[in-house]
Design a protein around this ligand. Structure first.
Ligand code: NAD
Ligand code: GLY
Length: 341
């Protein structure tokens, strides 16, 4: 049967789910989600209320929980809070949780839904660009624990994902650029045409295409390697340096996508790098970091979990739209880093 243009089906070992990519979908959710039951709507204080209200007003028995915005909310106390609410409101296995927000709310709510009564239905309604192009798909759920990001979590796919690009109208420009960095990662490694669109086209005018093509790449990667045994590691392109920058940047003044933008630079062939830097500047993404000491960053890269003995496996882009996994001695990676930081 042909699949409608606005639907992207994703296969997983626990069953398939659809991503609905449609302008205005959030006001029309009843058509796509079974909300004729108890519904825990989880959102945060930075997400405009109209989005969680749209879900609640379409639900038979809605309960809204609004957490503080920011990464620090992805914690064990908020996990306990969500589970407590599910117990208090008498949620059963036939009820559901809906995340309305960015990756923080999606990751935390997905983990609560996936563990309550060994898993109840989870719908994700991502409202940041980063969550629309990346985190809402692929079934990774998590909280941060004892200061370590995403170290408690589970693979738990959503029952459905509703992506309404209209929600981006309220998202600050810097958050748009933040999400574009992850879309650029998909383009550099998989889709030369999408990269050319970043070079030549207007991001605003083409945002729906950027979201769709990024999702098609993410779908194909996670369908081939759901649990990150191999291929899915390509989604970590640029992330070794990015994580090191994030951990050493005490000022915490960089968003994740901004750190990824810098992290991709050393991992490309020279010609690709020149093109990448032009696009980063166009998208208002940083190309360098001046507030963190290079020696500290290199030391932090050494702590990366991809290091085995003295060797590290990294994603490298020899040509736009393609990638290799390169295994190299850390000293070689260090030379690549020193060329750019
Ligand atoms: P976020 O969830 O913190 O959202 C960023 C900010 O935007 C928040 O302050 C939020 O209140 C605000 N916001 C959300 N929607 C808005 C809207 N439409 N208008 C105005 N403001 C809005 O950050 P994020 O970048 O979306 O997600 C980052 C998180 O995603 C991290 O915790 C990261 O670990 C996780 N992540 C998960 C995966 C995965 O596969 N599960 C992949 C990548 C990242
Ligand atoms: N964003 C990394 C992953 O989904 O695997």
């Amino acid at each position: 049967m042909p699949v409608a243009d606005n639907i992207i089906p994703v296969k997983t070992s626990l069953g398939a789910y659809d991503i609905i990519l449609e302008r205005g979908a959030i006001s029309n959710v009843k058509e796509y989600l079974n909300l004729d039951r108890k519904v825990l709507v989880v959102t945060d204080s930075g997400v405009p209320k109209e989005y969680s209200q749209a879900i609640a007003s379409s639900s038979k028995a809605p309960y809204i929980v609004t957490l503080e915005q920011g990464e620090t909310s992805k914690n064990i106390n908020n996990y306990t809070l969500l589970i407590s609410k599910l117990v208090e409101y008498g949620f059963t296995r036939s009820d559901c949780v809906v995340a309305v927000g960015g990756g923080v709310i999606g990751d935390l709510s997905g983990f609560a839904a996936g563990t309550y009564m060994r898993g109840i239905d989870f719908y994700n309604v991502p409202t940041t660009l980063l969550s629309q192009v990346d985190s809402s798909v692929g079934g990774k759920t998590a909280i941060d624990f004892m200061g370590i990001k995403n170290n408690v979590g589970a693979f738990y796919p959503p029952k459905r994902v509703i992506i309404d690009p209209e929600t981006l109208k309220t998202l600050p420009n810097r958050q748009i650029s933040n999400g574009l960095a992850e879309a650029l990662k998909m383009a550099l490694t998989h889709d030369a045409e999408l990269f050319e669109l970043f070079e030549q086209g207007s991001v605003n005018e083409n945002i729906d295409i950027i979201i769709k093509r990024s999702l098609l790449i993410k779908k194909s990667v996670v369908e081939s390697d759901e649990r990150e045994g191999g291929l899915r590691r390509v989604l970590n392109f640029g992330h070794t340096l990015a994580h090191a920058i994030e951990s050493e940047n005490e000022m915490k003044n960089l968003y994740h996508g901004e750190a990824v933008a810098i992290g991709m630079i050393p991992m490309c062939d020279e010609k690709v790098r020149a093109r990448l830097i032009k696009v980063l500047l166009k998208l208002n993404l940083p190309c360098e970091i001046s507030t963190v000491d290079a020696e500290r960053i290199i030391k932090a890269c050494r702590n990366d979990k991809k290091l085995q003995g003295d060797e590290i496996t990294l994603v490298y882009v020899p040509e736009v739209g393609s990638f290799d996994f390169l295994k190299m001695p850390f000293s070689q990676y260090e030379r690549m880093l020193r060329e750019v930081i």
